[in-house]
Design a protein around this ligand. Structure first.
Ligand SMILES: C[S@@+](CC[C@H](N)C(=O)[O-])C[C@H]1O[C@@H](n2cnc3c(N)ncnc32)[C@H](O)[C@@H]1O
Length: 443
C-alpha cells in the first residue's frame, strides 16, 4: 500500500500527478489507461471528482509543454540534477506546469512541491533546491517563458519528422496547435443546421458541429439521451463521408469501435457489418449504437478472419495507428509512442488494407483512414499498395466538393488534415485532428 498525503490539501493530487507523469514518460503507459475510473492508477481512483480533474489538468499541461518546461528547468537548475533523479524531475516539472500554465496560486504550488519533496526519501535532500528553483521561477516567470519560446513544444523526434515531411513553418504551426486542448465536435444524424442553432454550436465545413470552449458534461446536452448526435472530431467525421451515396449499400467497417464512423455509415443509409477485435471495445460499440438507436451486425472478431458470403459494395478501414494526429486530446501520445511504433503500425496497416481490398466487388470502394500525421502510415501505405495491385485505383477527393477544406486535400486527391487547420480567431475553437483518408476503387 503506497503512503497517502491526505493530511494536507493538494498534496495527494500533486503526488498522484507526479506518479502518473512518471508512468507516461518513463514507462510509456497511456494516460487514458491510468485515468480510467474503473481500472486506472489506484491513487487516482482514490481521489474525489474535483481532485481527479485537477490531477488530469496538471499531467496534461505538463505533457503538452514538457520540452519547454524541461528547457526552463535546465535554466533554473544550474548544477545538473544527479543522473536518474527522475522523481525530482517529475516534482519540478509538474510544479512548473502549474505555475506557468494552470490557474493555480503560485505560492501554494511552491509550498506543496517543497513538502512533497520533503516527504519522499528519494527527494528529501533536494527540498531546498525545489524551493529555490520554484521561487526563482515566480520572480523570473516572463523572462523564462520568453527564453524558451523558440523551443518546440513537442518532443524532438516528432518535431524532426514534422519538419522533414511538412517543412519548418507548417511543423511549427502544428506543434503550437497541439498546445490548446481540442474543442468538442459533434456529428448529427440529421438536421445539422437545426442542431447547431439548438446547441449554440458552429457548423463546420466538414458537416460537424463545434461547441467551442465547452467544459460541462455533454451527456446533459439536449439531444444526447435521444441519440441525435455523438461526439466525434471534425477530421474523424470525414472518411465515412467519402463513399458518396450509401443508401441500401452493403458496407463493412473493419475497425469499428467505439463506432463514430459505423454510426455515420448507418445514418447514411448503409447496411453495415461492424467488425471489432477487442471484446471491451465491441461492447462499447454496441452500447453506443443502442443509445443512437442505430443498428448494425456487430462481429466481435479479427478482421483477417472476416470474409462475407458475398462481396461488399464498400469497406471502411479506419486502422489502428500511432495517433500522432490526436495530441490536442491525448498529450501523452508523443511520449508513449516513437518511430519504431510508427514503422510497426505501418506494416500492420498495409496487411489490413491488402485484406480489405479483397472484400469488395468490382467497382466497390475502400476508404482507408487513420489519425496519424506520419505519411509512413498513410500516403506511403497507399502508394505501395497501388504500385503492387493493378486492380485498384485511387478515386481523388475533389477540392470543389469540400469548400472550406481545400487545404486539407492533396494534389493526389487524398485527405491530409492537421491540427493547424480550421483555424479560427480563438485557439479554443480552432483545429482538427491530424487524419489521413483516401478512397480506392476495385476495377
Ligand atoms: C482507430 S480505432 C477505430 C475507431 C473507429 N473507427 C471509430 O471511428 O470510432 C481502431 C480499432 O481497430 C480495432 N482493431 C485492431 N486490430 C483489429 C483487428 N485485427 N480486427 C478488428 N479490429 C481490430 C481496435 O481494437 C480499435 O478499436
Amino acid at each position: 500500500m503506497e503512503p497517502r498525503f491526505d493530511d494536507k490539501p493538494g498534496l495527494e493530487v500533486r503526488a498522484t500527478a507526479a506518479k502518473i507523469l512518471a508512468a507516461v514518460v518513463d514507462k510509456k503507459i497511456s494516460l487514458d489507461g491510468m485515468l480510467d475510473p474503473a481500472h486506472g492508477n489506484p491513487s487516482y481512483k482514490a481521489l474525489n471528482d474535483a481532485d481527479r480533474a485537477l490531477t488530469r489538468a496538471i499531467v496534461s499541461a505538463t505533457l503538452r509543454h514538457l520540452p519547454r518546461i524541461e528547457a526552463i528547468m535546465s535554466l533554473l537548475v544550474t548544477d545538473p540534477l544527479p543522473q536518474g533523479a527522475r522523481a525530482l524531475h517529475h516534482v519540478l516539472a509538474t510544479a512548473v506546469a502549474q505555475i506557468l500554465y494552470l490557474d493555480t496560486p503560485s505560492h501554494a504550488v511552491v509550498d506543496l512541491a517543497v513538502e512533497q519533496a520533503n516527504r519522499d526519501p528519494r527527494n528529501r535532500r533536494f527540498s531546498k533546491l525545489v524551493n529555490a528553483v520554484l521561487r526563482r521561477l515566480l520572480r523570473e516567470r516572463e523572462e523564462m517563458l520568453a527564453a524558451v519560446q523558440s523551443v518546440s513544444p513537442v518532443p524532438a523526434w516528432f518535431f524532426e519528422r514534422l519538419v522533414t515531411v511538412y517543412g519548418r513553418e507548417a511543423a511549427d504551426r502544428m506543434a503550437e496547435a497541439q498546445l490548446t486542448p481540442a474543442p468538442i465536435d459533434l456529428t448529427v444524424k440529421a438536421d445539422a443546421e437545426l442542431w447547431a442553432e439548438k446547441l449554440g454550436a458552429k457548423l463546420l465545413p466538414t458537416g460537424s458541429l463545434r461547441l467551442a470552449a465547452f467544459d460541462g458534461s455533454v451527456t446533459a446536452l439536449e439531444g444526447f439521451a435521444e441519440g441525435a448526435w455523438w461526439v466525434q472530431d471534425a477530421a474523424a467525421a470525414l472518411p465515412a463521408q467519402l463513399f458518396g451515396d450509401l443508401k441500401g449499400k452493403r458496407v463493412a467497417d473493419l475497425c469499428a469501435a467505439p463506432g463514430g464512423k459505423t454510426a455515420q455509415l448507418i445514418a447514411a443509409g448503409a447496411n453495415v457489418i461492424a467488425v471489432e477485435q477487442s471484446p471491451n471495445r465491441a461492447a462499447r460499440l454496441r452500447e453506443n449504437l443502442t443509445r443512437l438507436n442505430l443498428s448494425a451486425e456487430v462481429i466481435n472478431g479479427d478482421l483477417f478472419e472476416f470474409r462475407p458470403e458475398e462481396l461488399l459494395d464498400g469497406v471502411l478501414l479506419d486502422a489502428p495507428c500511432s495517433s500522432t494526429g490526436t495530441t490536442r486530446r491525448h498529450p501523452d501520445v508523443l511520449w508513449t509512442k516513437g518511430p519504431a511504433d510508427i514503422a510497426k503500425l505501418a506494416e500492420v496497416q498495409a496487411r489490413m488494407l491488402r485484406h480489405a481490398v479483397t472484400l469488395v466487388k468490382p467497382g466497390g470502394l475502400i476508404v482507408f483512414s487513420n489519425c496519424s500525421l506520419d505519411p509512413l502510415e498513410g500516403e506511403q501505405v497507399v502508394a505501395d499498395l497501388l504500385a503492387e495491385n493493378e486492380g485498384l485505383e485511387r478515386v481523388p477527393v475533389r477540392k470543389e466538393d469540400w469548400p472550406g477544406l481545400e487545404e486539407a486535400i492533396s494534389d493526389l486527391g487524398e485527405f491530409r488534415t492537421t491540427p493547424a487547420m480550421l483555424a479560427a480567431t480563438n485557439a479554443y475553437s480552432s483545429g482538427m485532428d491530424g487524419f489521413f483518408a483516401v478512397v480506392l476503387r476495385r476495377r
